[in-house]
Design a protein around this ligand. Structure first.
Ligand code: PBG
Length: 325
């Protein structure tokens, strides 16, 4: 007979478990995504994301102050313009909703947390695609790069500390880097959504940002969930060659393997985006009494961190930061 090997010794008490826990969440690594809508006088609830709203400029400022007080590391802003057009004019209009909101937020809490801007066109185009279209109705990659470059400069000028291109166009990081450098924003980092999948988990976001494509889908620019893993690694590597300062994987929980492989490959910070569908699933199940909301939220964030994310975008960022304090 041999003595029983007892891994359970180290999990017998809460202090022992706490001592050996290898994965710890911290408020500073959480980033809160926020929606701000032009032309509304009261915050509007998002139907498919209970607890999330489309903010007015005023309610946005309050939400950012709350996040800062909770110790959240950053916020990322999405703007919803009152009027949309084919080229997404609101994306780089100095008076556009996201630009004025960036300036508000930067003034209100810009010393306490990092103010980021999502750089894309889909919230601003009337057709809902992430780029401008060719006559045939396809997304025109290179014409879109010029729009992204202009939007990123407008965001930096408005006060964004970091720009985060999310459209998955080839060459977007290089185009934005060149434009920022030329216009005097060489110090502004680019957090690239490098490996972003054409995911059904983005569904609720399209309610929140009013950006569902009016025809077709995003499969020709976002990655195929079943695509080769090398494709994600290649996208990350190319973004780094083009000058990305940090990279992001999105969604998070269905792509933990990609987060881990990217973490093992790169030296830069890796972010993961716990997206709208991940949020909505938990809220819906919890509202039915089908799972323990608070424990599931913590477990999902710990899983994303353990997979290798250094920063996590989460709609629960403020709530979780308060809990961790
Ligand atoms: C594009 C963008 C999207 C999300 C973040 N940036 C939508 C999309 O690609 O369809 C999704 C975020 C979420 O689902 O929470 N600007």
């Amino acid at each position: 007979m041999f003595p029983v090997v007892r891994p359970r010794r180290l999990r017998r008490t809460a202090p022992l478990r706490r001592l050996v826990a290898g994965t710890r969440l911290h408020p500073a690594e959480l980033i809160l995504p926020l929606f701000v809508k032009e032309g509304i006088t009261e915050a509007q609830p998002v139907r498919s994301m209970p607890g999330v709203v489309q903010h007015t400029r005023d309610s946005l400022r309050e939400a950012v102050v709350e996040a800062a007080e909770a110790g959240v590391g950053g916020v990322i802003l999405f703007g919803i313009p009152a009027r949309k057009d084919a080229r997404g004019s609101g994306a780089d209009d100095p008076e556009g909703i996201v630009q004025v909101a960036l300036a508000d937020v930067r003034k209100e809490a810009g010393e306490a947390l990092v103010v980021m801007a999502d750089t894309c066109l889909d919230e601003y185009t009337d057709h809902g695609h992430c780029g401008v279209l060719t006559a045939a109705g396809e997304v025109d990659n290179d014409a879109t790069l010029e729009r992204y470059a202009s939007a990123a400069v407008a965001q930096a000028r408005a006060g964004a500390h970091v720009v985060a291109p999310s459209g998955m166009m080839d060459g977007q990081v290089g185009a934005i880097r060149a434009a920022l450098d030329t216009d005097g924003f060489a110090e502004i980092p680019i957090l690239s959504y490098s490996a972003k999948y054409a995911s059904a988990f983005f569904g609720p976001f399209r309610d929140a940002a009013e950006c569902a494509p009016q025809f077709g889908d995003r499969n020709a620019y976002q990655q195929d969930p079943a695509g080769p893993i090398g494709e994600a690694l290649r996208e990350v590597r190319l973004d780094l060659e083009e000058g990305a300062d940090a990279v992001m994987i999105k969604p998070a929980m269905a792509y933990l393997d990609i987060i881990r492989q990217v973490r093992d490959m790169v030296e830069v910070p890796v972010a993961a985006y716990q997206v709208s569908g991940e949020y909505a699933m938990v809220e819906a199940a919890a509202a039915n009494g089908w799972l323990d909301r608070d424990r599931v939220i913590m477990e999902s964030l710990v899983a994303i961190k353990r997979a290798g994310a250094d920063m996590i975008m989460s709609y629960w960022a403020t709530e979780v930061a308060r809990k961790l304090a």
